[in-house]
Design a protein around this ligand. Structure first.
Ligand code: PGA
Length: 249
């Protein structure tokens, strides 16, 4: 299965900075050794940057997506962004249930599932994030915890989905899970997806996220059930992105 290299800019880069970044990426990818690799490259940008990215990455083969999406189709929801709006600007993906949204915006599994279903209804592929905190990991309960979160976050959601396993203790901390830790959870997630979706589970991409960088991405993505990465910190500099793209060749 093709790897997905999904970049999560979080709340970084103005539209002008996004434009400059996209132009730099285009010129680096034009160099022969840095062409888009076997992985699909997708940028999860602040919603206000998507128009600029859509324009400046036109025909580049690089996909774009939102970092969140409303659970509602349209209407009186001040401040929210709908799936139709993301789709209209050229987005393919929407991240839902990132641990920072779960923690700082009190999002629960049912709300995440509603957002994922709404993303699908609007023609987007949701990237559904799950993963345990340090306390759960220290108790050795990461598998049942993450699978319960997965089931709750996929209630009523179809199989056209990407899953990101992101252990919260590894996000932005420099502490990467080992490739074996990532595979343990990815394999458990794959088995759970089979019970939910049958054979379609075998074509669902499962990403690992948490302090992924150019020098650790290849070993993590070489694991049989890991099909790419969701990258925060190392997504901001074009040189790191080109390094990760090259590492996945
Ligand atoms: P990180 O973030 O790569 O900076 O650890 C990953 C994420 O939050 O998606």
């Amino acid at each position: 299965m093709k790897n997905l290299l999904a970049l999560n800019w979080k709340m970084n880069k103005t539209p002008s900075e996004a434009q400059a970044w996209a132009e730099e990426l285009q010129s680096k990818l034009a160099l022969s050794e840095s062409k888009l690799g076997d992985a699909e490259l997708a940028i999860m940008a602040p919603a206000i940057d998507l128009q600029a990215l859509s324009w400046f990455l036109k025909d580049s083969g690089v996909a774009i997506g939102g970092q969140d999406v409303s659970a509602h189709e349209s209407g009186a929801y001040t401040g929210e962004i709908s799936a139709a709006m993301l789709k209209d600007v050229g987005a393919k993906y929407a991240v839902v249930g990132h641990s920072e949204r779960r923690e700082y915006h009190n999002e629960d599994d049912a709300g995440v599932a509603a957002k994922a279903a709404q993303a699908q209804a609007g023609g987007l592929v949701p990237i559904v994030c799950v993963g345990e905190g340090l306390d759960v990991r220290e108790r050795g309960e990461q598998v049942p915890y993450t699978l319960a979160q997965l089931r709750g976050s996929l209630a009523g959601v179809g199989a056209d989905v990407v899953i990101a396993y992101e252990p919260v203790w590894a996000i932005g901390t420099g502490k990467t899970a080992t490739a074996e830790d990532a595979e343990e959870l990815a394999a458990a997630i794959r088995a759970e997806l089979r019970t939910l979706y049958g054979e379609s589970a075998d074509s669902i991409q499962i990403l690992y996220g948490g302090s992924v960088k150019p020098d650790n991405i290849a070993s993590i993505c070489a694991k049989p059930n890991v099909n790419g990465a969701l990258v925060g910190g190392a997504s901001l500099k074009v040189a790191d992105v080109v390094g990760m793209n090259d590492a996945l060749k």
